[in-house]
Design a protein around this ligand. Sequence first.
Ligand SMILES: Cc1cc2nc3c(=O)[nH]c(=O)nc-3n(C[C@H](O)[C@H](O)[C@H](O)COP(=O)(O)OP(=O)(O)OC[C@H]3O[C@@H](n4cnc5c(N)ncnc54)[C@H](O)[C@@H]3O)c2cc1C
Length: 497
Amino acid sequence: MSKYDIVIIGGGLGGLLCANILSREGFNVCVLEKNKKIGGCIQSFTKDKSIFNTGLNYTESLGEGEVLHKYFKYFNIIDKIKIRRLDIENYDKISFSKDPNEYPLAQGYDNFVESLFHYFPKEKDNLVRYIKKIAEVCSYFPLYTLDGTRESSQKNQFLNISAFDFLSSITSNIKLREILGGMNSLYAGVKDKTPLYIHALINYSFIRSAWRFVDGSSQLAARISDVIKEHGGNIIREAKVVKLSGDNNKINYAELDSGEKIYGDKFISNMHPASTLKLVDPLLVKKAFHNRISSLDNTIGMFSIYMVLKKESFPYLNYNHHHFSDVNVWTTNYREKSWPEHYMLYTPATSKSETWADAAIALTYMKYSEVKKWDNTYIENRGQDYLQFKEEKAEKLLDFIEKKFPGFRSHIDKYYTSTPLTYRDYTGTPEGSSYGVLKDYKNPLTTIITARSRISNLLFTGQNLNMHGILGVAISSALTCSEIIGYDYIVNRIIKA
Ligand SMILES: Cc1cc2nc3c(=O)[nH]c(=O)nc-3n(C[C@H](O)[C@H](O)[C@H](O)COP(=O)(O)OP(=O)(O)OC[C@H]3O[C@@H](n4cnc5c(N)ncnc54)[C@H](O)[C@@H]3O)c2cc1C
């Protein structure tokens, strides 16, 4: 019989980081991952010798002394990952059809203000006010500031402010307002739902510094797993958990699809909380809790094209391009007829060349309703009509890209595509949602999932807690593990790392 101190369900970034922290603290840890490959959304894959990321396109604040650098140092991986800083003068470019300008988002607060000031000379004070305000919001999150302060109720004042209303209060210049919200696809922002704190934590951290992983994002999972194994942790792949059983408000074991039972003192679920509760013995979960979690909305999924480019044909771009058909970056509720209304296009970083790109990735939103008719199918086995659907969508997206970059198609050797169904089946996230539970400023406390579940020895971790993304999940892992090793203890360890 296998028995561990801590059993972690899911080897995505959240599960792996919890295993990293707890194995180093001397706990006997086991990660159960349903796929052959660990990493969940941070997996990358290779096609025709080109490497493609599935859900880690770029990341933030990895400069010495910055927040993610501190976390990565604490996880003992900072010196082991290959990263490249994006262009200081423009890590992102924002553009709109019918406007030839490409508006740069620059790294560094002064730089950021100066580069947009060039296009909006009357807006300097507003730009400065914008930076100050998002900095202020971040200052209320102690696991972000890592200054040794504790959570305070002052933070709550920002939880129920809308990101869109905030941006509207910064400037009456609609174009500038939309440019400031131009990284919308990094959080799948919804105009009447997304809270200011999500926008602020993400934008502020990228303005500090923006980075790409070189040769694929899978390395992040591989380096975290090296540390786990070094400290005696166990990672079992192709171990799909199908049941969590127990009694007296306590889980005793996780049952795998093979029938094997993995016993533990404590369980951490890296799965979506609604999917987790479906596995729990109904006698252990109160119906009201189950219903509340299952009824939460999730962020929209993505359609992606992974393009293998012809050799030495298209330059490597050390920035990301966010393009919109209208001066409106809030496009999750797009009209199907006018899809796609936006895309993010970028060339992944490789160690082969800093001059030429061998691959490009384009992403845009896709509602689950568009693929719902293939709900009962599984990867690589969805039928000819699904393949045709994907091809039509890919061609539409390429037409849109071609309008902005005439001749772009001529650089493509071949391409592959994914839809929200692909994510649903690889990562198990409901309806292939990109970032999990949709946070709502009107119901902040209902949509923020806490690490503690109602079951005494079950904790949640990952993107569904406070925030998604690499930084959000790193913070969530600390929050989850603080329930086991203590909040002050873990914060001190991170600060002193
Ligand atoms: C298209 C896309 C683009 C993104 N781009 C960026 C970006 O540029 N920068 C950024 O910071 N973030 C980005 N993100 C977000 C980021 O990748 C995620 O927030 C983060 O990786 C989520 O990690 P997680 O551990 O919470 O969840 P997941 O990665 O979903 O991990 C969950 C794990 O649980 C496993 N699992 C599920 N069910 C079971 C089961 N029954 N038994 C065992 N295991 C199970 C899954 O296989 C998976 O490995 C992107 C996400 C997407 C989808």
